[in-house]
Design a protein around this ligand. Structure first.
Ligand code: FPP
Length: 263
């Protein structure tokens, strides 16, 4: 299964990794962190890190799609990111415009469908338009879903879901004891990528080990991988290495695996 883990000096290198094609995570979510630090290390303004981060998005989208990932969810802007200086927020809001202006043909070529989750109301008109156009232009693609979390926050999402469920009760369409885990799951924004609502693997780059209000309900059983690599430096080999870590984990979902049951 991991035939190629070692090079001739008997040292493992991430370039050598062979992945089990039958255990590629269906849904990978990424907290793309470290753009600012990447820029600072080079004496560049923070936004240069975001620009390079956008190039990483292109690389990782292609690799994930080639590996057979079904959904790639990227945390591009959180409901808390509005607290950043105006010029940085403005730059981040321009990124989807730049990204889709240049990258939609390649997304189509790779059969990738764009999806966006988050509170669209607060986005500038040009950002909303770029996103809507990309969704429209890729809507017939049947391959990987590239799912951007844009002005997304998990607590806000859960609050909206509770409000929607309460409205159903007020309207007499539902009783409180009919609420199940599925009711809640279906009321969340990730229902737009069903049946792969929950990530199997969550990656955070840059060495920070926090969830930062991302997919709190959905990651209940996700494997978490934290890597020190800064997002603008994150490569195809890094993604493969993180998937290999996922493949070596023993996922039990609160139960026992077959080996433990037979002991
Ligand atoms: C966190 O790094 C990163 C963000 C808040 C923005 C993420 C956005 C991108 C990578 C580009 C997205 C591309 C598209 C197409 C929408 P940070 O700025 O917090 O880094 P730091 O912790 O080093 O300061």
């Amino acid at each position: 299964m991991f035939a190629n883990l070692f090079n001739k000096d008997n040292k493992s290198t991430k370039e050598d990794l062979t992945l089990d094609p039958n255990r590629i995570p269906t849904h990978i979510a990424i907290i793309m962190d470290g753009n600012g630090r990447w820029a600072k290390k080079r004496g560049l303004p923070r936004v240069a890190g975001h620009k390079q981060g956008m190039e990483t998005v292109k690389t990782i989208t292609k690799v994930a799609s080639d590996l057979g990932v079904k959904v790639l969810t990227l945390y591009a802007f959180s409901t808390e990111n509005w607290k950043r200086p105006n010029d940085e927020v403005g730059f981040l809001m321009d990124l989807p415009v730049k990204f889709f202006n240049t990258f939609v043909p390649e997304l189509i070529e790779n059969n990738v469908r764009v999806n966006v989750m988050g509170y669209a109301e607060r986005l500038p008109e040009k950002t909303k338009k770029a996103v809507d156009d990309a969704i429209e232009q890729t809507k017939n693609n049947t391959g990987m879903i590239l799912n951007f979390a844009l002005n997304y926050g998990s607590r806000a999402e859960l609050t909206t879901a509770v409000q929607a469920i309460a409205s159903e009760i007020e309207a007499g369409n539902l009783t409180s004891n009919e609420i199940t885990e599925d009711t809640i799951s279906q009321a969340l924004m990730t229902n737009s990528v069903k049946p792969y609502n929950d990530p199997e693997l969550l990656i955070r780059t840059s060495g920070e080990e926090r969830i930062s209000n991302f997919l709190l309900w959905q990651i209940a059983y996700s494997e978490l991988v934290f890597t020190d690599v800064l997002w603008p430096d994150f490569s195809a080999a890094d993604l493969k290495e993180n998937i290999s870590i996922f493949q070596q984990r023993d996922r039990r979902f609160g139960g026992l695996n077959k080996k433990d049951l037979s002991e």
